[in-house]
Design a protein around this ligand. Structure first.
Ligand code: ZN
Length: 264
């Protein structure tokens, strides 16, 4: 029985960034990781952002094709790092609502769990406000479904966010960098669907749809690409600063070692 889930820091970052990309709709993705110790522990090391096929405010679904693609991606990563990685769970966002899984979420989770007993669900509740401080807040829950008669209820799984130490950092960084592109593809597709509806689309309609798409792309650049770039530049500067400090420390220690070996 599954007891604990370890979630790497960079996957947490990718999921949060993805969840924060829209206030209006739920977003969704799949989680890649490894199952350890008689299925009692799962570690999540990477993720796959899923494009929404149909933008509805409430529910997004995973298609068979997306699941197959994620499985192939997990196999690629597994071959690269030499560990048995596979799809171990799914995540989705709850913008402006409580972190707890809905009945639909529990039913979806239950369906996956029937195929794989260690499969987990993560929910990122975003755009929340701390009641006392009014500071923006993100809540994360990790759950599985348990069947009680014909109903399902949730079982919370202990979640620990752990520091990333493995070779997947670059991969996860690439997923993050690809997010604006995926969001733009969704907008392009919505535009194409809209444009394909009936051949009697008049010029006004066309103008309107083009304007909507332009606003949406502007939103992606302003709310996602730019802040992400700024954050990454800041992180790069911090890393450069740390590197300098570590090099200095290294040099000092080497000097010390030299004087010690001289005096022996
Ligand atoms: Zn939900």
């Amino acid at each position: 029985m599954l007891h604990k889930v370890l979630l790497s820091t960079d996957v947490t970052l990718v999921c949060c960034q993805h969840a924060l990309s829209t206030e209006k709709e739920e977003i969704m993705g799949l989680l890649i990781g490894e199952v350890h110790k008689d299925n009692s522990l799962v570690s999540i090391v990477s993720s796959v952002i899923l494009r929404r096929l149909d933008k509805k405010p409430d529910r997004v679904e995973i298609s068979e094709e997306q699941l197959v693609q994620a499985t192939l991606r997990a196999e690629e990563l597994a071959a690269e790092v030499g560990r048995p990685l596979r799809v171990v769970g799914w995540y989705h966002s709850h913008p402006h609502i409580t972190v707890w899984p809905s009945h639909v979420d529990l039913a979806t989770q239950s369906m996956y769990q029937r195929m794989d007993s260690s499969f987990v669900g993560l929910i990122f509740a975003v755009f929340l406000k701390d009641q006392t401080t009014k500071a923006p807040q993100i809540q994360i829950t990790c759950f599985q479904s348990i069947n009680e008669g014909s109903n399902q209820s949730r079982r919370e799984i202990e979640l620990e966010i752990t520091n990333t130490t493995d070779s997947l950092i670059l991969h996860n960084f690439q997923i993050l960098a690809k997010l604006p592109e995926i969001l733009k593809e969704e907008e392009d597709e919505a535009y194409r669907i809209e444009a394909g509806q009936g051949d009697v689309m008049d010029i006004l309609n066309k103008q309107h749809n083009t304007a909507v798409r332009t606003i949406a792309i502007g939103h992606i650049v302003e709310k996602i690409s730019r802040p992400m770039l700024e954050a990454l530049v800041a992180r790069n500067e911090l890393n450069a600063f740390r590197l300098k400090a570590l090099k200095k420390q290294h040099q000092e220690l080497m000097n010390k070692l030299e004087t010690m070996s001289c005096s022996v």
